[in-house]
Write a protein that binds this ligand. Structure first.
Ligand SMILES: N[C@@H](CCC(=O)N[C@@H](CS)C(=O)NCC(=O)O)C(=O)O
Length: 236
């Protein structure tokens, strides 16, 4: 969709960051015009950027000069500010319930599943098989049942929802880093076998243009490998 607005939006971002990617998915899906400022995360933040966001992190959204930080809040704000197919308003019939279901899904995905995937980056070789088992078990318990009516997106929606806005960046990374050999070769086959709802949903999410828009698979795989090498390098 394309939203016509006189609002002035500036997104401070970095295309390698999965958290910032959430804001991009929301903006792409809504079709809201915005200005982009790329923040170099390899060098110390400038005083100018620290004045915008003292945490120095991306994403940051400037909405007509008001600053909004934290990717989940930025994405929720965009979905609320520009009503759309992403999420019903809480006053709509069933709206509050759907919003609660979305929030529960996102919480379960990030805090119960995605957290295990981050651990692969610093895990020793001997810990990796057990980590696959723990991650897949958490996915099966916490995420899989909540996608039983996905068709193809959350809750039977034929368009992206706020669920895919908040999790799509992690889905494309899961598939890319799985195929790219960053995660153990057993991870994706175990997910496909044990979490079929999730697997079918993830295949659709990962090819949606609003999700793939800023995603550079080769670069993300290469950068993640570099990061892992640094984390595993013996400390001087
Ligand atoms: N909780 C934050 C996390 C954002 C975050 O960790 N961004 C990273 C890049 S992926 C960052 O800005 N790192 C730079 C730093 O922490 O100094 C959010 O969801 O917005």
């Amino acid at each position: 969709m394309t939203i016509t607005t006189t609002d002035k939006l500036t997104l401070y971002t970095n295309h390698g960051c999965p958290w910032a990617h959430r804001a991009h998915i929301a903006l792409a899906e809504l079709g809201v015009p915005f200005e982009e400022v790329i923040i170099d995360l390899d060098t110390p933040r400038t005083a100018e950027y620290l004045a915008v966001n003292p945490r120095g992190q991306v994403p940051t959204l400037s909405y007509n000069g008001d600053i909004i930080v934290e990717s989940g809040i930025v994405a929720n704000f965009l979905a609320d500010q520009y009503p759309s197919h992403l999420v019903p308003e809480s006053s709509a019939p069933g709206g509050a319930l759907r919003r609660a279901q979305i929030a529960v899904f996102v919480d379960a995905f990030v805090s119960k599943f995605q957290g295990h995937l981050f651990k692969f980056f610093s895990a020793a070789e001997s810990e990796r098989d057990a980590l696959v088992e723990t991650a897949v078990a958490a996915l099966v318990k916490e995420v899989e049942p909540r996608l039983k009516d996905a068709s193809p997106y959350f809750g039977g929606s034929d368009k992206l929802t706020l669920v895919e806005v908040q999790t799509g960046s992690f889905i494309v990374r899961l598939l890319a880093l799985g195929k790219g050999g960053v995660y153990p070769a057993t991870l994706l086959p175990a997910i496909e076998a044990q979490a079929p709802n999730f697997w079918a949903w993830a295949q659709k999410v990962a090819v949606h243009p609003s999700v793939t828009g800023i995603f550079n698979e080769d670069k993300v795989v290469a950068r993640t490998r570099e990061r892992i090498a640094k984390l595993r390098a013996p400390k001087a």
